[in-house]
Design a protein around this ligand. Structure first.
Ligand code: CO8
Length: 259
């Protein structure tokens, strides 16, 4: 197992938990932390013993954004030419397995953007989401203007992004940014439970379902529906489809073998 300084990793059953761990900086997402996160994600994605990945922070902060102090002095040519900065932030979007963000406390700026790159957001009841970059003389730079707008709609996204206002967990649930709100102390356990539930199902179906849902963001309805139909048809090549449907007909629990 790799040695990390800014994240903690553990495995519960078939669920990997990656905990962002820079408590003194409210988990500000500096380059090293994002590199370690990417490395851990790639490792768990390739590990057949892992069914789902949970990303979390502390009870005070999921992450208070990109590291402002690290960014502060960068020049335009330097930040433009270092395209790796952008690539480093995209690691979550390349993971095939389900990634669940368990958010307690602040999820601001890049922290909110990181949560939105995950497949499901579970919020602790103390969670606060926002894109406060406008207060720093910039705008969101890791997908916030795009993913927040798709998640909660234009008017509310504009209000949050143009003013930097934070939204609490209840408002985030009403706005459909998060799947569910649970007590903050239980958010990781709930996310693990969710990951374990997904882990009992057929891994090819889960990965393909994730791919199909994500396609909804990228294409027209007609193309998306066609894409879904092809993926649906392709699942009839799996043993898990035969097992799943036989188990239903025989009134027993399916035993998926992920093939
Ligand atoms: N970066 C660096 N340090 C931070 C950050 C941050 N984003 N957030 C908090 N810290 C540090 C503080 O400087 C402080 O450090 P120190 O003790 O050394 O002074 C420590 O964490 C604790 O913070 P506070 O004392 O401020 O704690 P409070 O409880 O008073 O306030 C807040 C909590 C409201 C969360 C406050 O810390 C805050 O406003 N933080 C900044 C939030 C913010 O503006 N986030 C957006 C950052 S910009 C961004 O995310 C752009 C992403 C684009 C990425 C593009 C890549 C291609």
């Amino acid at each position: 197992m790799a040695e990390y300084e800014m994240i903690l990793t553990e495995v519960e059953g078939r669920v990997a938990i990656i905990r962002l761990n820079r408590p003194k900086a409210l988990n500000a997402l500096c380059d090293q932390l994002m590199d370690e996160l990417g490395q851990a994600l790639r490792g768990y994605d390739a590990d057949p013993g892992i069914a789902a990945i949970v990303i979390t922070g502390s009870e005070k902060a999921f992450a208070a954004g990109a590291d402002i102090k690290e960014m502060q002095g960068r020049s335009y040519p330097a930040i433009y030419l270092d395209d790796f900065i952008g690539k480093r932030w995209e690691a979550v979007t390349y993971v095939q397995k389900p990634v669940i963000a368990a958010v307690a406390g602040f999820a601001l700026g890049g922290g909110c953007e990181l949560a939105m790159m995950c497949d499901i957001i579970l919020a602790g009841d103390n969670a606060k989401f926002g894109q406060p970059e406008i207060n720093l003389g910039v705008i969101p730079g890791a997908g916030g203007t795009q993913r927040l707008t798709r998640a909660i709609g234009k008017s509310k996204a504009m209000e949050l992004i143009l003013t930097g206002r934070m939204m609490d967990a209840a408002e985030a649930e009403r706005a459909n940014l998060v799947a569910r709100v649970v007590p903050a102390a239980e958010v990781v356990a709930e996310a693990v439970k969710l990951g374990e539930k997904i882990g009992t199902l057929s891994a090819p179906s889960v990965a393909i379902a994730k791919e199909a849902v994500n396609r909804a963001y990228e294409t027209t309805l007609a193309e998306g529906v066609k894409f879904e139909r092809r993926l649906f048809q392709s699942l009839f090549a799996t043993a898990d489809q035969k097992e799943g449907m036989a188990a239903f007909a025989e009134k027993r629990k399916a035993r998926f073998e992920n093939r």
